[in-house]
Write a protein that binds this ligand. Sequence first.
Ligand code: HEC
Ligand code: HEC
Length: 254
Amino acid sequence: MTAAKKSKGLRQCLDIDQHIYDLLVPISYLFQTMIRTSPRLLLAALALLAYSSSTVSANELKGNPQAGESKIASCIGCHGIVGYQASFPEVYKVPKISHQNGAYIISALNAYKSGERKHPTMRSVAQTLSDQDMADIAAYYEGHGQAVSVPEQPAAPSAKVNELLVKGGCNSCHGANYSAPIMPSYPKIAGQHRDYLFVALKSYKTDGNATWGRANPVMGGIAKQFSNAELKEIANYIGSQPGQLLVVPQAKFR
Ligand code: HEC
Ligand code: HEC
């Protein structure tokens, strides 16, 4: 059960808008983590607050997985081939998106469409999608393939990696096992391809490049605290944990 669902009563009691409430949940987690760990996370909390104003209007269309299935022909060539690699700006495996959170898929596609995420191929893909297409595709991929259950706790990291994870407060937003993010619009990251995780983390450090980078204020504030070597260690650890994300091989012509 998600934190948001658990405290629905509290929200009603306080009589506040669901969007505002949804934002208070991660902010309160962050503050708890900050007190325990690093005051630098305060920056992330503030960024989240600022970011909230740009996302509260995100519209909530209902996605239809059957309709989604008819809209993914152009995705299969990359996301439906096991081991398929992208070559820009370096070689890495295209992300696993089956069983990713639907709300996060929509959010990521919108980030490519708006240019917050600059990856050129995904930008041109996302530009062809309407809000309804994104909702349908997200509903499709969220339930795509065999669901697997994962342990609530991941394997203990080395002391060094543990220090990095604590400094970044990673599990306070992505969940103790990195498969249970506190918000549906946040990604599951456990078991994602390690080389993709590394590239994604580096991309949050990149501002002002025309064809590369992600201008996400939340992850930007977090990723910029680490060297690339540290990000690689984090990515290798999280990518090696059991997760729910999958690449489901699909034939292009069915
Ligand atoms: C030419 C190969 C290619 C095609 C075609 C393609 N993708 Fe992608 N996709 C990628 C790559 C590479 C990335 C990682 C980009 C980055 O680094 O931000 C990506 C990223 C994504 C992400 C973000 C994943 C995450 O974990 O943040 C989503 C969602 C996504 N693609 C969905 C789709 C959908 C839906 C389609 C079809 C409508 C599609 N893609 C078509 C290669 C492709
Ligand atoms: C305050 C909450 C928060 C914290 C703390 C946090 N993240 Fe994130 N993370 C997010 C959000 C929100 C996104 C989606 C950003 C976007 O839309 O690009 C994200 C995205 C990511 C992605 C991209 C996933 C993908 O599929 O492309 C990775 C990798 C990631 N986080 C890893 C980490 C790691 C490692 C840490 C700790 C060092 C961390 N996060 C800490 C909220 C957080």
